[in-house]
Design a protein around this ligand. Sequence first.
Ligand code: ADE
Length: 220
Amino acid sequence: MNLDIFTLFPEAFGWLTGQRPVRKAIERGSRIDLRDYRDWTPLKGGRVDDAPYGGGAGMVLRVDVVDAALNGVYGDGDRPRTVVLTPSGRLLDEPMVSELASEPRLALLSGRYEGFDQRVHDHLADDEISIGRYVLAGGELPAMVVADAIMRKLPGALGDPDSAVEESYSEALEGMPEYPHYTRPPDYRGWSVPEVLVSGDHARVREWRMEQSRRREGRR
Ligand code: ADE
């Protein structure tokens, strides 16, 4: 995976790139490149935004600036699948993460202020993704959420590859949330671990876990 994250705040991504699963994926040949719109802006003084036509609060990221950044990185060649982070986009879920993780290269566009000029959505982006029905101050945290979810799917990112097989919303759990986990001690202040988990009966454990997942799914 070759991930280009376009942002006004590349320094905000230090935490993401230092994380173990991301580091491991990078050691195995994946890339995360942070692309600062300001490095390509055709406007004076590193300007990237402007007041909205028709008036109103806030500033809007300009379409010419975003296009110049994409051109700067990809030149005249093919552009990769380009995803804009926006609160009104399609809600991110596990199937979409898997789909994005299968792309060889991906561009994530994060914005600030009042968002992007609509022409970015209409002409430069292939997908619009939201990480939830609330508004954050910018697209950096959403871009990190998407990048984290994608990178941990890549081969070698997780210490134990099995941990991604049977996790919440996976095919192994039929798209349901994961069952509860317990570890030692078996009893703490009278809060005891379900008997089935210490029974050594794998078939019963499996059955119990699926039932727990179904209950959690019912509660959602
Ligand atoms: N930018 C601001 N809020 C957002 C959200 N909830 N999802 C994606 N991008 C955003």
